[in-house]
Design a protein around this ligand. Structure first.
Ligand code: PMP
Length: 436
């Protein structure tokens, strides 16, 4: 009785075949290829509010939200009007504009953890630049990252853990020189001893420790405050910087992101995604003192032809102006909590072996009986088979989740109660099928 037919993928299939002739794997970013789930990637034609339409005319309620940027949903009219107004004036000047000041003011005046920022065009660029600043400032080369955190695709960060508690990283991509990977030390999250060992083994060599504000790229690995405080203290004691990569958490957990959530002052913070209202924008920021090391003031070089792009700035200003309104985050988080709780109640009632982790308006399904997961190696790879089934059942019922069980889901302010209610029903049926 619960069975539904697979959605039509005829047009998407044709477009995908064509795309394979143009792009490696037919895509411009790997996870879009739907390799971890059933079927062909859906070619999207249009989005409005919380809804998406693909090339075959299938309609979905979207919980991927362009991987996080769309906290206001698709086609927000205030963002669209701001972008349209800027289009009349020009697309790019490569010169300063008042728009950059306005967006910077919105960010800095609402954030106690930053004094100065620099706009770039992606999260990858923001993090790459933050790492360079940390190295330039400290005069040290090594960085420490955590297994399970993603920080974009720059060379220093495409590194995974070797064997052992503390080891030099191994490249996680062909084309990253071994010599680069050796400057990145990768350790497990939530492991105090590993961090202590790093600073014992590489005293005076660590430029920075980088962590996602709340790790959300490999499941949702929510860290304890005590651990984040510990990272703050040990970096300070050793003259190393603490970098919070808030590309996902920035403006998702409020204007001050995870820094505020943990009440920790990082040395450098990186942002992306939401900050551009759906356009390509990232930024990194720090104290005036640290930022004075960036060119043209200082010796750390960093630049960009399209940095501070006026159309992107206009979108970001419109988006952040809405987010700055009183009660925005409280309402979104309340909506998310109610959504999550109803699903949790159902899981408990049926005694299904699945957890729903959540923070702010982010959620993640983990097919396990563990009630907390803080490290990447606590995720059972085999459990992704369950996600694969759920993903297909949800798509067939008009619900669009990220195409991998390691991806989190996002609730936007555009999700209506009706959207959420029908999603809950679809999730219940899908879980019944997974556990049948
Ligand atoms: N850092 C984090 C925490 C991210 O989630 C991402 C993207 N998912 C990046 C950096 C890289 O951002 P981009 O894809 O815009 O280069």
């Amino acid at each position: 009785a619960n069975e539904v037919k697979d959605i039509s993928r005829e047009k998407s299939g044709q477009l995908f075949e064509e795309a394979k002739g143009y792009f490696p794997g037919g895509v411009n970013s790997p996870v879009r290829a739907f390799k971890s789930v059933y079927g062909t990637p859906l070619f999207i034609e249009r989005g409005d509010k919380a809804h998406l339409w693909d090339a075959d005319g299938n309609e979905f309620i979207d919980y991927c939200c362009s991987w996080g940027p769309l906290i206001l949903g698709h086609n927000n009219c205030e963002i669209r009007e701001a972008v349209a107004a800027q289009l009349d004036k020009g697309l790019s000047f490569g010169a300063p504009t008042a728009l950059e000041n306005k967006l910077a003011n919105l960010i800095i005046s609402n954030n106690r953890y930053l004094e100065k920022i620099r706009f770039v065009s992606s999260g990858t660029e923001a993090v790459m630049s933050a790492i360079r600043l940390a190295r330039g400032y400290t005069g040290r080369d090594k960085i420490v990252k955590f297994e399970g955190c993603y920080h974009g695709h720059s060379d220093s960060l495409l590194v995974k853990a070797g064997s052992g508690l503390v080891t030099f990283g191994e490249t996680s991509s062909a084309g990253v020189p071994k010599a680069f990977a050796e400057q990145t030390i990768v350790i497990a999250l939530n492991d105090y001893d590993a961090v202590k060992q790093v600073f014992a083994d590489f005293k005076d060599e660590i430029a920075a420790v980088i962590i996602e504000g709340v790790p959300a790229n490999n499941g949702l690995l929510i860290q304890e405050k005590a651990y984040v405080d510990f990272l703050r203290e040990i970096t300070k004691e050793n003259g190393s910087l603490l970098i919070f990569d808030e590309v996902i958490t920035g403006f998702r957990l409020g204007f001050e992101g995870a820094a505020r959530y943990y009440e920790v002052q990082p040395d450098i913070i990186t942002y992306g995604k939401i900050i551009g209202g759906g356009m390509p924008v990232g930024c990194y920021g720090a104290s005036n003192e640290l930022m004075s090391h960036i060119s043209p003031d200082g010796g750390v070089y960093q630049a960009g032809t399209l940095s501070g792009n006026p159309v992107a700035m206009a979108a970001g200003i419109a988006a952040l102006s809405i987010l700055a309104r009183k009660g925005f985050y409280e309402k979104l988080e309340q909506t998310t909590q109610q959504f999550v709780q109803q699903i949790k109640d159902y899981i408990a009632e049926k005694n299904y072996q699945v957890q729903l982790f959540t923070i702010g308006s982010i959620f993640w399904f983990a097919f396990t009986d563990k009630t907390s997961i803080r490290r990447a190696d606590e995720i059972v790879h085999e459990s992704m088979e369950h996600y694969k089934i759920m993903h297909r059942e949800l798509l067939n019922r008009g619900i669009y989740f990220g195409p991998s069980g390691y991806e989190v889901g996002f609730i936007s302010a555009a999700h209506t109660q009706e959207d959420l209610n029908s999603t809950i029903e679809a999730i219940k049926v899908s879980l019944d099928i997974v556990f049948a």
